[in-house]
Ligand binder design. Structure first.
Ligand SMILES: Nc1nc2c(c(=O)[nH]1)N[C@H]1C(S)=C(S)[C@@H](COP(=O)(O)OP(=O)(O)OC[C@H]3O[C@@H](n4cnc5c(=O)[nH]c(N)nc54)[C@H](O)[C@@H]3O)O[C@H]1N2
Ligand SMILES: Nc1nc2c(c(=O)[nH]1)N[C@H]1C(S)=C(S)[C@@H](COP(=O)(O)OP(=O)(O)OC[C@H]3O[C@@H](n4cnc5c(=O)[nH]c(N)nc54)[C@H](O)[C@@H]3O)O[C@H]1N2
Ligand code: SF4
Ligand SMILES: [Mo]
Length: 680
């Protein structure tokens, strides 16, 4: 049997074909006629079979017996989970339980999980890893433009004449899309702004090395130049925006010379890029984690929305503001309402929303007060949060301040982890529930460009593993809420999603089997939407300029370097999947500390030498690799459990979007003395 499906790693959502026999996967190959990937896969996608068939897949529910796990039956597992959640809810209240939803799971599964949180538990304490990823995008783009998603599409970006890329390395993190975007290079210029000369920068036409955490200033500088040289799109500003005068006044108060000093980018270069951006008809912006994982990220996102409004580079082909969404279904997980401040379809926490969902779900009461975000839930252990249900997330590697996270997790009264592998987080769980993976279930994923795509069951899950939606349904039933979760198939769940999420209302499995669709897909747009904001901004006619601000970072003499973090092509996030592939493990076996050669020389450090990286919280060791990285900045990948990079990283959060500062913390680098080395 051969079925068409979608790669479960990154937000590109490449098409795959899964060949199976007797319920076992034999081959996973690229889908030749897929509208985006057209027969291509990157190296991770090419080794998916090894992930599905890994001997380490979880096969049975497990009970933690202190030093070891004991296999238990589904009946025992579900009874225990339902009993514990009911007990905690009764004893401490609904808001003492938190749920982590998975950007790896389908829309149907995530929809069910948030319904479980709100109906069976009675809390809005549900969130997903977008909190560590594009939280400021979700907040800022929704606020200003009306939707928190890419404004344009990959295919459309391939038509752009100029693409500015801020803090994103798509040549490694969205390889197939980057190839598409950067094709036909005669009419196109790509400019990369990053703290290091990345693989994307190597392939670009121009590279601007920026000092960490100063992108907001660079963007305000661009606005300043555009205004000084009268390059703004006055007609667009008049017709489609508000707050321009106030914004213009505030921009005047910034000094280009100072911006140049703080960003490390020459004044003339800022002018050149600004002119180019304003004057090019099809000019687009792409951005990623370099600017979103900062404690002032929202400032930067608003500086970006200001810039597209100033130049009118939105709502038209080849333009727009394009956050490349990281995980295969992070967009969908948010669309489904796995967020503490909105119900499905980004319905805000109002009486009207509650009324709507009470009617659709046929329930008497629903929580209206805002829930806690991911990191806030952990911070609330054990006073306010006593039970956690973690589905397809691995916080013991991916969250900041890992030593404390571990302590916090150990302080929980009850932890359930539902995953396809025994992750570092699952090792701490009271009960581990084994899930079916992408190849063993049917459902939909929504990729970075809002494209909803069907995945189809090709194989049997290993052992007793079950689809995530079935597990959620079983727990809800045991807790006495069965009638609200009485779905027989993912398609039935999707039919309910259509009623709740307006932007999906025009889709059906029947339509999706023929072709994927980009939301909004509704009565007005039955074939989906490639480019947002052609006429209006969501429900609003006009978008608002925000007066720019810049929060200056203090300096700490004891920790003179800035540590930033990044990704390898071969590994994915916490390594839970990619590091189970022998070939990928072999080519990228360990975390290396990237360092500027001059910095290293000043400290007498040679390439390949093992050093200590010490932050105010912890220390780790890694071998040094020289790279073309900004002076004063060092970089580590976060994929490796052996290094646990995130031990070093503090929990500073952006005040509004609550994203932790995963791309910026202070460290010092120390040589490991020969004597110490011998003792090890
Ligand atoms: N191979 C692979 N692909 C992936 C993933 C993976 O783990 N591996 N993960 C997926 C996920 S979840 C996501 S969110 C995406 C992330 O995709 P990217 O955003 O491309 O990921 P990163 O490599 O974390 O960060 C991007 C860049 O930010 C730069 N940077 C750091 N600080 C600053 C700064 O202050 N300013 C600027 N301008 N740049 C800065 C780093 O040097 C780095 O090159 O990738 C997705 N795709
Ligand atoms: N220092 C630093 N830290 C970071 C980042 C960074 O750039 N730097 N990036 C952040 C970002 S952008 C992100 S998105 C997060 C990612 O953080 P996580 O979401 O914690 O990382 P993943 O490894 O993607 O975890 C997904 C889990 O889902 C499991 N899984 C896969 N398929 C299924 C399924 O079908 N069902 C179930 N139940 N489970 C499944 C996998 O085995 C894996 O354990 O990390 C964040 N942490
Ligand atoms: S680019 Fe992303 S979706 Fe495509 S094969 Fe690679 S990891 Fe999978
Ligand atoms: Mo992400």
């Amino acid at each position: 049997m051969i079925v068409k499906s979608i790669c479960p790693y990154c937000g590109v959502g490449c098409g795959i074909e899964i060949e199976s026999k007797n319920g076992k996967v034999l081959k996973i190959l690229p889908q030749k006629d897929h509208p985006l990937s057209k027969g291509k896969l990157c190296i991770k996608g090419s080794f998916l079979k090894e992930v599905v068939n890994s001997k380490e897949r979880l096969k049975f529910p497990l009970l933690n017996k202190g030093r070891s796990f004991k296999k238990i039956s589904w009946k025992e597992a579900i009874n225990l989970v339902a009993e514990q959640f009911s007990r905690i809810k009764k004893t401490y209240g609904s808001n003492s339980i938190g749920i982590f939803a998975s950007t790896k799971c389908t829309n149907e599964e995530n929809y069910l999980l948030q319904k479980f949180a709100r109906v069976a538990i009675g809390t809005n304490n549900i969130d997903n890893p977008t909190r560590l990823c594009h939280a400021p995008t979700s907040y800022g783009l929704y606020q200003v433009l009306g939707n928190s998603a890419m404004t344009n599409s990959y295919e459309d970006l391939s038509e752009s004449e100029l693409i500015l890329i801020f803090g994103d390395n798509p040549a490694l993190t969205q390889p197939v899309a980057f190839e598409l975007i950067s094709k036909e290079r005669e009419n196109k210029e790509i400019v990369v702004v990053d703290v290091k000369k990345t693989e994307t920068a190597e392939k670009a036409d121009d590279f601007l090395m920026i000092k960490p955490n100063t992108d907001v200033l660079f963007l305000v500088g661009m606005a300043k130049v555009i205004l000084e040289e009268n390059l703004e799109d006055q007609e667009f500003i008049k017709k489609r925006t508000e707050g321009f005068e106030n914004f213009k006044e505030k921009v005047k108060s910034f000094d280009l010379k100072e911006i140049s000093e703080l960003t490390g980018i020459k004044e003339e270069k800022i002018r050149e890029i600004s002119r180019k951006y304003a004057k090019t008809k099809k000019a687009a912006i792409v951005y990623g984690m370099g600017i979103t994982q900062q404690s002032n990220s929202l400032e930067t996102i608003l500086a970006l929305t200001n810039l597209v409004l100033l130049t009118g580079h939105v709502g038209k082909p080849g333009t727009g503001l394009n956050p490349l969404r990281g995980c295969n279904n992070v967009q969908g997980c948010c669309d489904m309402g796995c967020l503490p401040n909105v119900y499905p379809g980004y319905s805000s926490l109002t009486e009207e929303t509650i009324k709507k969902f009470k009617k659709i779900w046929k329930v008497n009461s629903l929580p209206i007060s805002k829930g806690l975000s991911l990191v806030e839930m952990v911070e609330a252990i054990p006073e306010r949060i006593l039970g956690l249900y973690v589905v397809g997330v691995n916080p013991l590697i991916s969250f900041p301040d890992l030593n404390r996270i571990e302590r916090d997790f150990k302080n929980l009264e009850f932890l359930v982890v539902q995953d396809i592998f025994l992750t570092e987080t699952a090792e701490l769980a009271d009960v581990v529930l084994p899930s079916a993976c992408f190849a063993e279930k049917t459902g939909t994923f929504t990729n970075s460009e809002r494209r909803v795509q069907l995945i189809q069951k090709a194989a049997k899950p290993p052992g007793k593993a079950l689809e995530d939606w079935k597990i959620v349904k079983l727990i809800a039933k045991k807790m006495g809420f069965g009638k609200y979760f009485n779905f027989k198939s993912p398609e039935q769940i999707f039919e309910e999603i259509r009623k709740c999420v307006g932007i999906y209302s025009g889709m059906s499995y029947g339509k999706l089997k023929k072709k994927s669709l980009q939301w909004p897909c509704d009565k007005e747009n039955p074939n989906g939407t490639k480019i947002l904001y052609g006429k209006s901004f969501g429900k609003k006619e006009k978008a608002v300029f925000y007066p720019p601000t810049f929060t200056r970072k203090e300096f700490n003499e004891d920790f003179p370097f800035v540590l930033t973090t990044f990704r390898f092509l071969e590994h994915y996030n916490t390594g839970s999947m990619s590091r189970r592939v022998e070939f990928l493990k072999k080519i990228k076996p360990e975390a290396l500390l990237e360092m500027n050669e001059e910095d290293a020389k000043e400290l007498g450090i040679k390439e390949g030498e093992k050093v200590k990286v010490i932050s105010p919280l912890a220390e780790v060791e890694a071998k040094v690799k020289f790279s073309h990285i900004c002076k004063g900045c060092v970089a580590l990948p976060f994929h490796f459990k052996e290094t646990k990079t995130n031990k070093l990283i503090w929990r500073r959060l952006d005040p509004v979007s609550k994203i932790p500062s995963l791309k910026y913390c202070y460290v010092r680098i120390e040589k490991i003395s020969k004597a110490q080395e011998k003792n090890q």
